[in-house]
Design a protein around this ligand. Structure first.
Ligand code: SF4
Length: 495
């Protein structure tokens, strides 16, 4: 554990995130400067003083920085926070000898900053330099963020993501089984089959709300995710999508995605059904093509079944198929990653999303790691896996490029292994529009179903403000309180 004493607790979150990025294996404890030091404690101690006239940083009893600042910087909180993070970064970099690929950026959306540069009239070189000089990103990440921002900007400008546009997300919280690393809300379909009709009725109630509250507004994209939406049978999917099409004007949509997700939920009838309802983009997610790993992480479909499902979707006519893979799965080596990438290169999906494993609270994996010895095999396997993340990222970029896919969206997560990022690659014209609109926070996203979060993006005088409202994660609570779930949305969007 590292103890960090601060004189201004309002910066605690940012200080914590940045120090954690340098010391991913350590717990970081932030305490007020005047807390008594436990004299028995031999834990390393850092002091961070954010004052009006200077920023000072002591690491383990050594003063590393003492930088004068002026009052005007202190009055501008965002600018002062950026400077404070820069100084902490420089101090820690000097202290540890490490550099972080994303520099001072610890948030989810680094590309948003690159896009802001472009929106403010910078050319790509200036944007790259700004990412490097101001946020201390590596050359590679500054270029990547800017390249993605250019692609995203093109899609957003093309859609004209203005005040009238919005997108719709529907969450289906059922899965064939629970994956080891999953922290989403997911209920095993076999045990919850009898709740499906009541659940979809609740979603329809929410659709009714959208039909009245968003009448006259342009619907740009629809994304049905989860969970695994294709755990619903073909009739239920047709019924739900049919209801949606009857109640909402979907003539303006640019993209309609259904996350088919797991091959053990896909069959020909379902694929034909969703295709006939206008779905034009699906995901068939292997995560890995290594059978041992698939068994270990609790995904019941074999690699061969995923390949079959993918080929079936192609035969049926889907021409925009995404595949997700995860780097850093328990027990996987660089050879396993190469094997997965070779399969991806053979299959040539239109869109490839590459995640680095994140050990998330609420996942079985996090429980195992917290409880070390209990499931020793997995624990050992996870701890022993030897991935060179930089090399793995390089290989995925190379594979994506070899099949004509370019990076088009990117986000980061807490506790992500290798301190890297998740990147979406797509063929020309196949970039996931919903992913871009959602990640860049350029329009309202209305999210229906249990455990979903709706977003309102303000404009005009209130531009830059974003408000959210969620729904109950618990399935029963969501259904029992559906009136309140709708009321929450009314308060968000009608205010
Ligand atoms: S398929 Fe996705 S949502 Fe379902 S358990 Fe696995 S990771 Fe979670």
């Amino acid at each position: 554990m590292i103890c960090v004493r601060v004189n201004d607790e309002s910066y605690s979150y940012d200080i914590h995130s940045l120090i954690k990025a340098f010391y991913p294996e350590e717990d970081i404890k932030i305490t007020p400067m005047d807390t008594d030091k436990n004299s028995d404690s031999d834990m390393p101690e850092f002091l961070v003083c954010a004052n009006k006239n200077n920023i000072s940083i002591d690491l383990e009893g050594r003063s590393i920085r003492n930088i004068p600042t002026d009052n005007s910087l202190y009055e501008d909180r965002a600018a002062y926070k950026s400077e404070l993070k820069r100084q902490i970064y420089l101090a820690l970099s000097e202290h540890t000898g490490k550099e972080l690929p994303w520099g001072t950026l610890t948030g989810i959306r680094p590309t948003k900053l690159a896009k802001t540069c472009l929106d403010n009239g910078m050319n790509s070189n200036d944007a790259i330099n700004h990412m490097k000089e101001f946020y201390l990103c590596s050359d590679e990440k500054a270029c990547l963020a800017t390249e993605i921002a250019i692609r995203e900007k093109k899609v957003i400008d093309d859609i004209g993501a203005d005040a009238s546009g919005y997108s719709l997300y529907i969450g289906i919280p059922f899965c064939p089984s629970r994956c080891l690393y999953c922290s989403f809300m997911s209920y095993p379909i076999a045990a919850y089959k009898k709740e499906v009709a009541r659940y979809t009725d609740c979603v329809k109630r929410e659709i009714d709300y959208v039909a009245s509250a968003f009448a006259g507004r342009r619907l740009d994209s629809i994304y049905i995710g989860g969970g695994t939406p294709t755990t619903l049978d073909a009739d239920s999917m047709v019924d739900l999508i049919g209801y949606l099409k009857n109640r909402l004007d979907i003539t303006s949509i640019r993209e309609f995605t259904v996350e088919a997700g797991r091959a053990d939920s896909i069959d020909e009838g379902k694929l034909r059904a969703i295709k006939s309802m206008g779905v034009d983009r699906i995901s068939v997610n292997p995560q890995t093509f290594n059978e041992d790993t698939l068994r270990l992480i609790g995904r019941k479909a074999t690699a061969a079944e995923t390949i079959r499902a993918y080929k079936l979707a192609r035969e049926i006519g889907f021409d925009n198929i995404n595949m997700d893979i995860i780097l850093g799965l328990p027990g996987e080596t660089m050879d396993d990653i190469k094997y997965t990438l070779d399969n991806i290169a053979d299959l040539k999906p239109d869109d490839l999303t590459v995640h680095s494993l994140a050990v998330k609270r609420g996942s079985k994996l996090a429980e195992m790691l917290m409880d070390g010895g209990k499931i020793t095999d997995t624990d050992v396997m996870l701890r022993n896996n030897v991935i060179d993340y930089d090399e793995a990222m390089r290989l995925t970029q190379e594979t994506a490029a070899s099949i004509g896919l370019h990076p088009y969206y990117l986000y980061r997560q807490k506790n992500i292994r290798g301190n890297l990022e998740n990147t979406g690659y797509a063929a020309e014209g196949k970039a996931g529009i919903y992913n871009i609109l959602m990640m860049e926070e350029v329009q309202d996203i209305v999210a229906l179903g249990a455990g979903t979060v709706s977003k309102r993006v303000y404009r005009g005088d209130m531009a830059g403000r974003i408000e959210r409202c969620d729904t109950h994660k618990d399935l029963m609570l969501y259904m029992d309180n559906i009136d309140d779930m709708i009321e929450r949305k009314r308060r968000l969007y009608d205010a």
